[in-house]
Design a protein around this ligand. Structure first.
Ligand code: SF4
Ligand code: SF4
Length: 450
């Protein structure tokens, strides 16, 4: 096993890490799927309101490759299709039947998997709606099945706060993980299994398979960070990656023929934190009723640093395993300017909180207006892939995309740390993400699928 020590990053002592076994969430009347939760795709709707669908029926496909399907997280009737600006599909809602019908894609055993061609296996996963779980670097797009990547990276851990440890999602699912792993080995010449925390809580069957150990602070768990430390050539930049919990889903799908929808979710809110055994497409307001109080709370689906702000009508997406609720932070503090800040979390040693290591609760407030960059270098000091974000951003703002690329724009793993530590409140991560996306679209426009 190779050990990598990742530099920089940030560890924060935030209270509210859920603990203990998962409770089961009650059955739900509705589930939903949002095409917007999949980066870069161009959805082509395949259902209309009133259609009967099964769990695992394909609701929409990606126009760039219509074989890549996106599956229904429930069986029932399409109740509504909500559109946003420019007719973008916000969400497809399914009213769930009491007896849910399920698509049956056929059971495979280990021997059948071993003799299936790579192409047939990819088509099976695309038709079953599981292919979007596999994504490609550096743009984090859904993997292109026509391309054979140099390797697939499986990350077992998530260091983004409040996520469940691998021992919890692997509990009772080691066999499914191993089956999924066999499938991935058919898709690429190498598969790396990467662990960030101590491996001793992993099931013994999996512990011995870990190929790399990455030690470091958030976001040492990111496949982009792993690649930054291990790549031997430019070709490695196009590795694919998948999370360990999704390898379990692959294994369950292949061995049962049924689209698997169970998902362990970590719910963290100021009113308490817990693990919940829920399902893909679950209404967020059912997972945490505080989601409805969007004047006082900000809901982040998918993790504190990497997640997206969500609303009370949103659903748990295919990539989401955590729901974090933070106080909005926009309430005025009575005589706040007189307080020494003993309970204020800050990267800067400007408050009394710098004198102790007690857990400190975050809120979602920006606590200041955007100002000009003061070249303090804090963003570079936390960047896990040694970018100088202030200079990369200056190149982007000047329209010098080649210069931004030379500054490592494509290495950015969108961890969010540079924006958090910036004393000038510059939204570095957002602006760099926008620049990456527009570069990606340019590449596509000239006929490349980067
Ligand atoms: S530049 Fe990218 S990788 Fe570096 S800290 Fe900012 S978001 Fe993270
Ligand atoms: S942290 Fe903000 S102010 Fe400091 S160098 Fe980076 S962009 Fe400039």
């Amino acid at each position: 096993m190779i050990t990598i020590r990742a530099k920089n990053g940030l560890d924060m002592n935030i209270p509210g890490q859920p603990d203990g076994p998962a409770s089961r969430l009650m059955d739900m009347e509705r589930v939903g799927l949002s095409p917007a939760s999949f980066p870069h795709i161009r959805p082509k709707l395949l259902v209309k309101v009133g259609d009967k669908v099964r769990q695992g029926s394909i609701l929409f496909a990606d126009k760039r490759n219509p074989d890549i399907g996106f599956a229904s997280p429930g069986g029932g009737t399409v109740e509504s299709i909500d559109y946003g600006p420019r007719r973008a599909i916000n969400a497809i809602t399914i009213r769930v039947d009491r007896e849910e019908a399920r698509e049956d894609r056929g059971v495979l055993d280990r021997h059948q998997l071993a003799v299936l061609s790579r192409d047939a296996l990819a088509r099976h996963l695309m038709a079953g709606g599981l292919w979007p779980l596999i994504r490609s670097l550096p743009f984090r797009d859904i993997a292109d099945p026509a391309f054979t990547p140099p390797a697939i990276i499986i990350n077992l851990d998530t260091l983004d706060p409040f996520h469940a440890e691998p021992a919890l999602y692997l509990d009772g699912s080691a066999g499914a993980f191993l089956f999924g792993l066999d499938a991935l080995k058919r898709l690429a010449p190498a598969v790396y299994i990467v662990a960030c925390r101590k491996e001793d809580t992993l099931p013994p069957e999996i512990r011995g398979l870990v190929t790399h150990r990455v030690r470091g602070r958030f976001p040492a768990d990111d496949p982009g960070v792993f690649l930054y430390y291990t790549r031997a050539s430019a070709a490695a930049n196009r590795c694919w990656y998948i999370h360990g919990r999704d390898v379990v889903l692959l294994g369950k799908f292949l061995s049962s023929g049924v689209y698997p929808v169970k998902r362990l979710v970590s719910v963290s809110s100021p009113n308490g934190s817990r693990h919940v055994l829920s399902r893909l497409g679950a209404p967020l307001a059912l997972l945490a009723p505080e989601v409805r109080n969007h004047d006082t709370h900000v809901t982040i689906a998918g993790g504190l640093w990497r997640g997206q702000v969500a609303g009370p009508n949103d659903y748990l997406g295919l990539y989401d395993a955590a729901l974090t609720l933070l106080p909005a932070g926009n309430q005025p503090e009575f005589l706040g300017f007189l307080r020494p800040g003993r309970r204020k979390p800050s990267h800067w040693r400007a408050f009394l909180s710098a004198l102790h290591n007690d857990p400190l609760a975050l809120d979602a407030g920006r606590h200041g207006e955007e100002r000009a960059c003061v070249n303090c270098g804090s963003c570079a000091a936390v960047c896990p892939v040694d970018i100088l974000p202030q200079f990369t951003l200056k190149s982007v703002l000047a329209g010098e995309i080649e210069e931004a690329l030379a500054h490592g724009l494509l290495d950015c793993v969108e961890c969010g740390l540079c924006a958090y530590v910036c004393p000038s409140k510059i939204e570095l991560t957002f602006l760099l993400r926008q620049a990456r996306e527009s570069y990606y679209r340019e590449q596509q426009a000239v006929g490349e699928r980067p």
